[in-house]
Design a protein around this ligand. Structure first.
Ligand SMILES: *Cc1c(COP(=O)(O)O)cnc(C)c1O
Length: 220
C-alpha cells in the first residue's frame, strides 16, 4: 500500500518543473503516508493545525531534513508553539499576527520564514490581508526584524472557475512584483495552487504549490 502511494507521489513530483517546491499538505494524513511521501522525495510538509503538526513532528523526528510549513489560520494563543515547530509560517494574515510572531521569534532567537496571506477577492470564509490592507501595513512590516518575509500566499475562493482562478494567480504574481519593487521586503516566493489548480498556479508563476488530496486521496 505505501509502496503504491510512494510511486504515485513520485510520479506527481516528476511532472512538476524542478524549480517549483512541492509542499505536501498532510492535514489529517497519517505519519505512515507521510513516510511514503518522504520516500518519494518530499521534504516539505504543510499542516494547518499546530497540535497535529507537533505530534507528527515528534513521530517523524528520525527524518531530520523535513521543512515544516504552517498553512492554517494561526490563533494568537498558538503563535508561540508555531514559532517552535514550523520553519515556515505561510499564513501570516494580519499585521497584528506578524508583530506578535516577530516578538516571539526575537525572544527565542529564531528567524522563521513567512509568507503574507493575501485575499485578492472578497471571501468571508478566508482570512488574509486585502490588497489595500497589505499596502497600508508595509511600512510596519518593513520594520520587522525576526521574521524573514519571503513571499505571498494565496487561496482562491473554492468555487472559482478556472479562467478566473488563473486571472487571480496572475494578479498575485503582479502584486508580489510590485511589492518587491516598491518596498524593502525581500519577496521572492509565491505560494499558490492546490490539487485542483496547481497547474494554473505554475503557469502564473508560483514558486511553491500546496497539493494535498491529489497526493494522498480524499480527506475524511
Ligand atoms: C487543505 C489545503 C491545501 C491542500 O488542498 P487540496 O485541495 O487537498 O490540495 C492547500 N493549502 C491550504 C491553505 C489548505 O488549507
Amino acid at each position: 500500500m505505501t509502496a503504491t502511494l510512494q510511486n504515485h507521489i513520485a510520479e506527481f513530483c516528476a511532472k512538476v518543473p524542478s524549480h517549483i517546491r512541492v509542499i505536501a499538505v498532510t492535514k489529517t494524513v497519517s505519519v505512515e503516508a507521510m513516510r511514503a511521501a518522504y520516500a518519494a522525495g518530499i521534504r516539505d510538509f504543510g499542516e494547518n493545525r499546530v497540535q497535529e503538526a507537533e505530534t507528527k513532528r515528534a513521530e517523524l523526528k528520525d527524518l531530520t531534513d523535513i521543512t515544516w510549513h504552517f498553512i492554517g489560520h494561526l490563533q494568537s494563543n498558538k503563535a508561540k508553539s508555531a514559532i517552535e515547530i514550523f520553519n515556515w509560517i505561510q499564513s501570516v494574515d494580519s499585521l497584528k499576527l506578524a508583530e506578535r510572531l516577530d516578538r516571539l521569534a526575537g525572544e527565542r532567537d529564531r528567524k522563521p520564514q513567512v509568507c503574507l496571506q493575501v485575499k485578492l477577492m472578497n471571501d468571508p470564509s478566508k482570512s488574509g490581508f486585502s490588497v489595500s490592507e497589505l499596502w497600508e501595513a508595509i511600512p510596519q512590516l518593513e520594520k520587522i526584524e525576526h521574521l524573514q518575509i519571503r513571499g505571498l500566499m494565496v487561496i482562491p475562493p473554492f468555487d472559482l472557475e478556472s479562467d478566473a482562478t488563473l486571472a487571480l494567480f496572475h494578479q498575485a504574481k503582479e502584486l508580489a512584483e510590485k511589492i518587491r519593487l516598491e518596498s524593502n521586503l525581500q519577496i521572492d516566493q509565491l505560494s499558490m495552487g492546490m490539487s485542483d489548480d496547481y497547474a494554473l498556479a505554475i503557469q502564473a508563476g508560483a514558486t511553491m504549490i500546496r497539493p494535498g488530496r491529489i497526493l494522498f486521496g480524499a480527506r475524511f
